[in-house]
Design a binder for this molecule. Structure first.
Ligand code: ADP
Length: 476
């Protein structure tokens, strides 16, 4: 499916069949999407990692209409989507959670009394939260009423639910999350962890696996805790159990994501397991193809999210047309992107241009490959987060693997970014007009070709897709 605004997208050009859902906001119109799926004889929907991937109403509607939602059940999405409920379930499963209330706050006075009990600093968080929205760190009593009011307001705007809760604020923790796969028969494995401590405003920017913050023993303890928690709640499908690790190496559950995450490619690079393929097989009712001892984490992978954002202006989104696009390559380099010269980054959606993942035998090799890839990656026409990533990868603290969630603020990286001189464009200005014109005419030629081939799905493509789903130890 595509929206009016995405008529020029590469995905649309490559698709065997496509359906227009209208304006971009229709991606939230669950009835419309399910109706189109029915029209197109779809027997399953993969919700990706945006918009509806964690919407229990969407999953429920699919279930009711006999379409397999490739993800966990609507009941489970609902249970884990409420962070307070999720914490209660984890506590029952014996997983440590951060001290705080396990109920939504009733009033600002309630917030104050809880904060006094657990001690400052505290953090107020949205119960339906995500993407770091609706969070307020409160260092002292005087600020709690204001923070409570503004967190509630932001939560209502972002999630249509103003429920907030409170917990102890951990100073300089690491964010460590475990990828898990679970089948309908109670089998669960974890595929190691991802360290997502490089964050700005509680949003992830760089992810890596394995985490430099974990020893072998601690990895074993956290991984077992994640698997046991998932078993205890009866979760099915792919999911991520997120923890914070404090300076004394105590760990606490913060939330469970019930979708495939943006950063899942990092795990795929070190485990060689195709997570989306496994998701589809699990949704079909297959038995898990792996036992824990089959999962081998090999080498090290790092991901940088390349967004169309102006890093010298507080990461403001920078939509526009890409004029020159030359991605890096070589051993161990993976790029997930649908961008090309002539592609327009739309203001309606996330500003992601590309996910750049580098794998190496060691962390050092992965970093060196990432540095080279960032230097070679040419994206002209829009501002990108590449200068930010280059700066982070030059920092001693990052190189030593001692990053915590306060790393960006503590290193004055935002200030340093403002003073960076922009890299010179490769293409001279007059050539750019020519390139865009060429890209557009190539696109139009492709579109003509695509419309000539419409409804003729290449049998080779279909056979290859079928084969790739059937290989390995898939049990029917
Ligand atoms: P969201 O769902 O909005 O992404 P999370 O609960 O997953 O929120 O937390 C996102 C980030 O916010 C964490 O990785 C961490 O940096 C910070 N954070 C959340 N809770 C705490 C806490 N109690 N103490 C310190 N930092 C926290």
């Amino acid at each position: 499916i595509h929206s009016d605004e995405e008529r020029d997208s590469l995905a649309l050009k490559c698709a065997d069949r496509s359906y227009n859902i209208g304006k971009s906001k229709s991606y939230l119109d669950i009835r419309k999407i399910v109706k189109i799926a029915k029209q197109g004889n779809c027997d399953a929907i993969h919700p990706g990692y945006g918009f509806l991937s964690e919407n229990p109403k969407f999953a429920k509607l699919c279930e009711r209409k006999g379409i397999t939602f490739i993800g966990t059940s609507s009941r489970m999405i609902k249970k884990l989507g409420d962070k307070v409920e999720a914490k209660k379930s984890m506590l029952k499963a014996g997983v440590p959670v951060i001290e705080g209330v396990r109920e939504d706050l009733r009033s600002k006075r309630h917030a104050l009394s809880v904060a006094r009990r657990i001690g400052f600093p505290v953090i107020i968080k949205a119960s339906s939260g995500g993407g770091g929205k609706g969070m307020r760190i409160v260092a002292k009593e005087d600020d709690i009423f204001n923070a409570y009011g503004s967190a509630k307001k932001e939560a209502l705007n972002a999630f249509g639910d103003d429920a907030v809760y409170i917990e102890r604020y951990l100073e300089e923790p690491s964010h460590i999350e475990f990828q898990i796969l679970a089948d309908k028969y109670g089998n669960v494995v974890h595929l190691g962890e991802r360290d997502c401590s490089v964050q700005r405003r509680h949003q992830k920017l760089i992810e890596e696996s394995p985490s430099p913050a974990l020893s072998k023993e601690l990895r074993e303890i956290l991984g077992t805790a994640a698997v046991n928690a998932v078993k205890a709640i009866g979760y099915e499908g792919a999911g991520t159990v997120e923890f914070l690790l404090d300076k004394s190496k105590n760990f606490y559950f913060i939330e469970m994501n019930t979708r495939i995450q943006v950063e899942h490619g990092v795990t795929e690079m070190v485990t060689n397991v195709d997570l989306v393929k496994e998701q589809i097989k699990l949704a079909e009712g297959a038995k898990l193809a792996y036992k824990q001892e089959d999962i081998k984490v090999e080498g090290h992978a790092i991901e940088c999210r390349i967004n169309a954002e102006d890093t010298s202006n507080d990461f403001a989104p920078c939509p526009g047309t890409i004029i020159n696009y030359l991605p890096p390559g070589g051993p161990g380099i993976r790029i997930s992107s649908s961008c090309h010269a002539g592609h327009t980054i739309l203001p309606h959606f996330d500003s992601l241009i590309a996910l750049l993942i580098c794998h190496g035998k060691t962390r050092q090799e992965a970093i060196l490959r990432m540095k080279r890839s960032l230097d070679e990656f040419v994206i002209e026409g829009v501002k990108t987060t590449i200068p930010f990533h280059r700066l982070v990868l030059s920092k001693r603290q990052f190189l030593k693997g001692r990053v915590t969630t306060s790393f960006i603020e503590n290193n004055y990286i935002m200030q340093e970014l403002k003073n960076l001189k922009p890299k010179k464009d490769i293409l001279p200005k007059d050539k750019k007009v020519l390139i865009v014109t060429t890209a557009v005419s190539q696109y139009l030629a492709g579109k003509q070709q695509a419309s000539n081939n419409k409804s003729k799905i290449n049998p080779w493509v279909m056979a290859a897709r079928q084969e790739s789903m059937n290989e390995g130890s898939f049990e029917e």
